[in-house]
Design a protein around this ligand. Structure first.
Ligand code: ATP
Length: 208
């Protein structure tokens, strides 16, 4: 059976934090493949054009043979729900043990996701520590246990493990903010992504 992980997100834009998380997951589990899935219409978010986000992802992962970008969300109209992504990808990749890569901030909200309880049981969760106050790994573990407990109270089980990475402060919103203020983003995104953002004037007042 293949071991494959889905890494879903808005990726607006992709940054070094995402890449560090994916590379860590690849070796920690270990995984044969990571399928990056940019959401077309993310719930609760407005994002840059899908085509721009995908182009930046393709530039960022082009040297990693185990990474692919899936356009599966294009085939579906309406809001991008994670459970549909997993169902559609399972049909394309039979005989696969699935993992889902997620930041701790998003993992905490999983009990409230659309059909979140079902989804929780359909894959194993690889959680990247991420807390606004930069709390410790022990605190991240405690939060994951609280999420697990919430599911257990409703008779659902969830398998999760923390990814062994340091807390990384970078976020897409920080990059959008810095770009908007014409400040440097070179430490936060791969060079070709930085170049793409500049060429297409993304996240500035003249954005496309
Ligand atoms: P934004 O700042 O716009 O909310 P983001 O940086 O969180 O964006 P997303 O594309 O929404 O980027 O993230 C995809 C997934 O990666 C989410 O599960 C998110 O929690 C996780 N993630 C992103 N950046 C980090 C980080 N620095 N540390 C841990 N997890 C992260």
């Amino acid at each position: 059976m293949q071991q494959v992980a889905i890494f879903g997100g808005t990726f607006d834009p992709i940054h070094w934090g995402h890449l560090l998380i994916a590379k860590t997951a690849l070796h920690q589990v270990p995984l044969e493949q990571i399928i990056w899935v940019p959401s077309l219409n993310p719930p609760h978010k407005q994002a840059a054009l899908f085509e721009h986000r995908v182009a930046m992802m393709q530039l960022a992962i082009r040297d990693h043979p185990a990474f692919t970008v899936s356009l599966i969300e294009v085939k579906r109209s309406g809001i991008s729900y994670a459970i549909n992504t997993l169902i559609d990808l399972s049909a394309l990749h039979p005989n696969t043990h699935w993992y889902w890569i997620i930041g701790l901030d998003a993992f905490q909200t999983l009990p409230r996701w659309y059909r979140g309880h079902e989804l929780a049981q359909m894959c194993d969760w690889l959680v990247a520590p991420r807390l606004p106050g930069g709390e410790t790994i022990a605190q991240s573990e405690l939060i994951c246990k609280q999420v697990e407990q919430k599911f257990r109270e409703q008779s659902f089980t969830i398998n999760w493990q923390l990814l062994h990475i340091p807390l990384v402060g970078v976020s897409s919103s920080l990059i959008r903010k810095l770009s908007h203020e014409c400040q440097s983003i070179r430490d936060f995104v791969p060079e070709p992504v930085k170049h793409y953002i500049a060429t297409h004037q993304l996240y500035s007042d003249n954005s496309e």
